[in-house]
Design a protein around this ligand. Structure first.
Ligand code: NOJ
Ligand code: CA
Length: 691
């Protein structure tokens, strides 16, 4: 239980406890964190896992624009807290999440404060969980200094992660690439450029770590850069210092804030197996509890869309002879959705503004005005009568101010029509032509969208977002997003589709941050425009990705004429998008992953969905074929199940012939084993329905 010392006792403890260092242990005692103020006033922390140093003493602090140096301190004392409770997610990879940690706060007074006024007070709050550590800064004072927004301007965050090894790590794209849509690459930490987080570190076969952040609020996104070289004495020569590098405003400053403020949490996951990174919920635990009182309107589910047709150039977004978002075409998609158990139909290109260069920054996009060949009122009614919802699309082309001016009236309009999900888009590296998407400007905009949407009972799918940081706990209408090199690259990337290893990396990297709207499931790999560009996978892998690349709003991306009559579609039709629990059964980053998800105990199955107690399992591999013998020992001991296995058929191969798909059925129980064969860049998808 949460336990807070009465203020008086805390004050006494503070006065008495001015040792320069304090140790914090995780609840299971395996992780220890030491917080220190050195003789020169530098605040630092270090960490060990099972007695082995995993973080060398690493500096903490800030520099402010007015010259305030928040990096040299006098220690006022330490205080402690602890917490253990379990909360329920409205949707997710796991229904019940335990939030169990010990906390240590280091109370500091800066030694070099502004010439006038009361000095800032800085608390650094550390938490140790069984699966990692986190810390954040709380900066305050008692006088009006800096109360105006912009009164405090951060010009550098000094946070470091100093690692004893120059380990291999998977890093994602940075400001040097657009939209977080580059491939993740593996290289030694010292060779990294400035990289986005999560940064997933492969120390050894039995030690993995990931650096990221949680609860990114009123602040800039965290990037990480190695300081080179690190010749600090008395340290292993292989030590690498990684330092925070926040995404700046266009004026070069990092964060414009006021006192008091708290930073986002800086997080470090520590795991024996790569799969344990995936099943860590620490970053959700570091976000505030749900702020939406009644979440009944938040509906995870499967969707299709008038989408791939545009990327294949069969349709256009703008009105014209090939317009995709026509009334007649949308009715076809609604009919298909109703017949095949999809809750949503995404329609892109329905609203005015797509003519010409739609990424120009002005007010050409209208969010309440449909093209004349798209009868939005009758389509929404038509959908509702069939148990389907239209998902609206609001591409901004980066013109954020234009979107914000219309946002309230647009969301009110959608709500009246019964639209309960919106896919937002920002195809322009800079918001309003000025600010990076991941800067504080972008971060604050994305939050206004989510909070406004919540008022109108609208779920958000945020394309070209900032990296997620667990805000879905607080705002569970923030369902999913991009910030991932998704299926669309398999349509138009002139140098070829996403390589086979790509989706074997994503669960351990981008996936650690939150749900991904990757949009799996293409059945027809014909590309009339770029014949050599198509998904670099088999059909079975496309199906498996529907389970493995987690998204509570999960799209089957192909055009409906390509999905009609496909035997593999029956897997998608039966597969929920929210789970009782998730287990990673076997994995190697970039090579393969086998994952199992259990149907929620409170699940009310529809159509061909199996009931509570059932499981879904999927596996994918890179360009190497693989065999697995899978024990089904996670099933209940006293139950019998029907396993339907969608696997690569004879001759399946991502290059030679991606299409062969076998579907077999077996009766199984907890003592059964399944022999699985995955083709090159193949997969397997299994429904294990409890009888
Ligand atoms: C990029 C998005 O990721 C894609 O899904 C969308 O179709 C286009 N922008 C157009 O908005
Ligand atoms: Ca995109």
């Amino acid at each position: 239980m949460k336990h807070v010392l009465p203020i008086l006792v805390a004050a006494c403890l503070l006065a008495a406890c001015t040792r320069p260092a304090a140790v914090l242990r995780s609840p299971d005692g395996q992780i220890t964190l030491t917080a220190t103020v050195d003789a020169d006033g530098t605040a630092s922390y270090s960490a060990a896992y099972r007695g082995e140093t995993v973080i060398l003493p690493s500096h903490l602090g800030f520099l402010l624009q007015d010259g305030t140096d928040l990096s040299r301190f006098r220690l006022a004392g330490f205080s402690r807290d602890s917490h253990d409770d379990t909360w329920e997610q409205p949707w997710g990879e796991r229904r019940l999440v335990r939030n169990h940690y010990n906390e240590l706060t280091m109370h500091l007074t800066p030694t070099n404060s502004p010439t006038e006024g009361e000095p800032c007070r800085v608390n650094i709050v550390f938490r140790a969980f069984d699966d990692g550590i986190a810390f954040r800064y709380e900066v305050s004072n008692s006088l009006p200094y800096g109360e105006e927004r912009g009164g405090v301007v951060i010009t550098d965050e000094l946070t470091e992660f100093r690692l004893p090894w120059n380990a291999e790590a998977w890093s994602g794209p940075t400001n040097h690439t657009n939209f977080l849509e580059a491939l993740w690459t593996k290289s030694p930490l010292s060779e990294k450029d400035t990289v986005a987080t999560p940064l997933t570190i492969e120390v050894r076969d039995d030690l993995y770590m990931a650096i990221h952040e949680a609860n990114l609020t009123d602040y800039a996104s965290l990037d990480i850069a190695p300081l080179k070289p690190d010749f600090a004495a008395a340290e292993p020569s292989s030590a690498v210092t990684l330092k925070a590098a926040l995404v700046p405003w266009s004026d070069g400053t990092l964060v414009k804030t006021r006192l008091p403020f708290v930073s986002p949490w800086r997080t470090l996951l520590i795991a024996d197996k790569p799969g344990d990174l995936i099943t860590s919920y620490m970053e959700l635990n570091l976000n505030e509890p749900c702020r939406i009182n009644n979440t009944a309107w938040i509906e995870p589910g499967r969707y299709i869309g008038i989408w791939w047709g545009m990327h294949m150039k069969d349709y256009t977004w703008e009105i014209g002879p090939k317009h995709g978002a026509t009334t007649a075409n949308t009715m076809r998609y609604i009919d298909f959705a109703a017949a095949h158990g999809f809750k949503g139909v995404l329609v892109e290109g329905w609203n005015k503004g797509w003519e010409g260069d739609w990424t120009r920054i002005d007010d050409h996009f209208k969010y309440t005005e449909a093209y004349p060949d798209y009868d939005i009122d009758s389509l929404c009614r038509y959908a509702r009568e069939r148990g389907v919802r239209i998902i609206a699309h609001t591409e901004t082309g980066g013109a954020v101010e234009n979107f914000e001016q219309q946002m309230d009236s647009a969301f009110a309009f959608y709500h009246r029509l019964g639209i309960n999900a919106v896919k937002t888009g920002y195809v322009n590296p800079k918001h309003d032509g000025r600010e990076w998407q991941r800067s504080q400007y972008g971060v604050e905009h994305y939050r206004r969208v989510v909070e406004t949407a919540a008022r109108y009972e609208i779920m958000i799918d945020n394309h070209e977002p900032a990296m997620p940081t667990g805000l879905r706990r607080t705002w569970p209408n923030l369902m999913t997003g991009e910030g991932v090199r998704g299926q669309e690259w398999n349509a138009w990337n002139a140098s070829g589709g996403n390589p086979p290893y790509h989706t074997c990396v994503l669960p351990f990297t981008r996936g650690l941050a939150g749900p991904m709207d990757f949009t799996p499931v293409i059945f027809n790999f014909t590309n009339k425009v770029l014949p050599d560009v198509h998904p670099e996978s088999t059909i079975a892998k496309q199906l498996a990705e529907f389970l493995i690349l987690y998204s509570p709003l999960q799209m089957a991306a192909d055009m409906i004429e390509n999905m009609e009559g496909q035997p593999g579609l029956s897997f998608v039709e039966s597969c929920p998008t929210t789970w009782e629990e998730t287990r990673v059964l076997s994995a190697k980053i970039g090579e393969y992953i086998l994952e199992a998800r259990k149907v929620r105990d409170d699940w009310q199955p529809q159509g061909s969905e199996p009931g509570p107690g059932s499981w879904f399992v999927a596996g994918i591999t890179n360009e190497e074929a693989r065999k697995f013998t899978l024990p089904l020992d996670f099933l209940d001991d006293d139950a019998t199940y029907t396993a339907t296995i969608y696997s690569d058929g004879t001759g399946a191969d991502y290059q030679a012939n991606p299409y062969p798909l076998d579907i077999t059925t077996r009766t199984v129980n907890s003592r059964s084993f399944l022999d699985l064969h995955l083709a090159r860049s193949g997969g397997v998808a299994i429904r294990i329905a409890k009888q």
